[in-house]
Design a binder for this molecule. Structure first.
Ligand code: SF4
Length: 359
């Protein structure tokens, strides 16, 4: 059932052509319209000067371009920029700009809250309020790129904000198609990384996609007992099932799967864990990203010492596994790698203070 007004931000190029044709307009205007919205960040139809006046007037009467509204904008001393965005129903999400050189990275959310309940994650405490639509996911990039002046430059996208992307599969994949469209931001899937706890049927579906992003698996543990305590979905999709799905995953040449591993002092940071992790990843083109925990109030874990982190990394490197330790960004504005949360638990009000740690 079509909604009124029609939100053009939710449409892929072909759908936009169909929508214009159904209204009696030429299909080629869809490309111009898509370009205005997604590549130039223009949402005011009256400013789309290469469209016929009659079309602009009609779009103004009958359509909208859903665009999350920035309700807070915080800049870290290291240049990381975190915005809280209000959606049309008043829910609030966050997105983060990480100005790594040479590439810029936008970290975006796929859900309001998250149903996965990871023990070290503040977002998990919120529970799931709702899935984001494709337009809401893609629009975070448009809003951040406009805000930071990067609509015309190359950037990376990581789906590592609030939510589990594969739990919102359809909208996430549609958002990637919108972001990839040549008339829009034209983001190559090689520049997109999807981070997941490992929902095996969705991983298998992802393996069939034409547009396949880079894959990052949030592993965080080396035994099922340990992982189930930290990442509860492990009960349904245990380590072996996830790693077997990774072994079958059709990686493009020279690509590797990233395994994210949050280091929690005294929980999963022993040298035995490092050895077990090396064994688990046998036969997988893998790299490991170690993430020393960013401690936060309400999170019952501690960050390991730098010495322990180095020893863990060295044990993996000794097994010829590529390993990096994620530098924490934006800690002074609570946009560091860790978790995202909308204080107050449900994320319903745009006025709520948002405290963020990226996971
Ligand atoms: S770590 Fe990711 S998947 Fe787990 S609860 Fe947090 S947002 Fe959800």
């Amino acid at each position: 059932m079509p909604t009124f007004p029609l939100d053009l931000a939710e449409l892929e190029p072909g759908e936009l052509e169909d929508a214009l044709e159904a209204r009696g307009h030429k299909r080629f205007h869809a490309r111009q319209l898509f370009r205005w919205i997604h590549r130039r960040g223009v949402t005011d139809f009256s400013a789309m000067t290469d469209l016929p006046q009659s079309l602009r007037d009609e779009l103004g009467r009958e359509c909208t371009v859903g665009t999350p509204v920035i309700v807070s904008d915080q800049l870290s001393s290291d240049g990381t920029r975190k915005v809280a965005l209000a959606l049309s129903d008043g829910q609030t999400i966050e997105a983060v700009f990480i100005p790594d050189t040479p590439s810029m990275t936008f970290c975006v959310s796929t859900q309001v809250g998250c149903a996965m309940s990871c023990a070290f994650c503040l977002t998990g405490r919120m529970g799931l309020a709702r899935h984001l639509t494709a337009g809401e996911i893609a629009s975070q990039v448009r809003v951040l790129a406009t805000l930071t002046g990067h609509l015309e430059t190359r950037f990376n996208i990581v789906l590592m904000g609030m939510g589990e992307p594969l739990h919102n599969y359809e909208h996430t994949m549609k958002a990637l198609r919108i972001l990839h469209a040549e008339a829009g931001l034209s983001v190559s899937p090689r520049r997109v990384t999807l981070s997941t706890v490992g929902i095996v049927p969705a991983l298998e579906r992802l393996a069939e996609e034409a547009l396949m992003p880079n894959l990052a698996i949030s592993l965080h543990a080396t035994t099922d007992a340990q992982r189930t305590a930290i990442v509860p979905p492990n009960r349904k999709y245990p380590l072996k099932a996830i790693l077997d799905a990774c072994r079958r995953f059709p990686l493009p040449k020279r690509s590797r799967i990233t395994f994210e591993y949050v280091l929690l002092a005294g929980v999963n940071d022993s040298l035995e864990d490092a050895q077990r992790l090396g064994t688990l990843l046998d036969g997988i083109r893998a790299k490991v990203n170690l993430i020393p925990l960013n401690p936060a109030p309400g999170i019952p874990f501690e960050r390991p010492s730098d010495r322990q982190v180095d020893a863990f990394a060295a044990a993996l490197a000794a097994r010829r596994i590529t390993v990096s330790v994620r530098k924490s960004r934006g800690r002074d504005i609570r946009a560091a790698c860790g978790q995202l949360i909308v204080d107050g638990g449900t994320g319903r009000s745009a006025a709520q203070q948002v405290a963020t740690l990226m996971r």
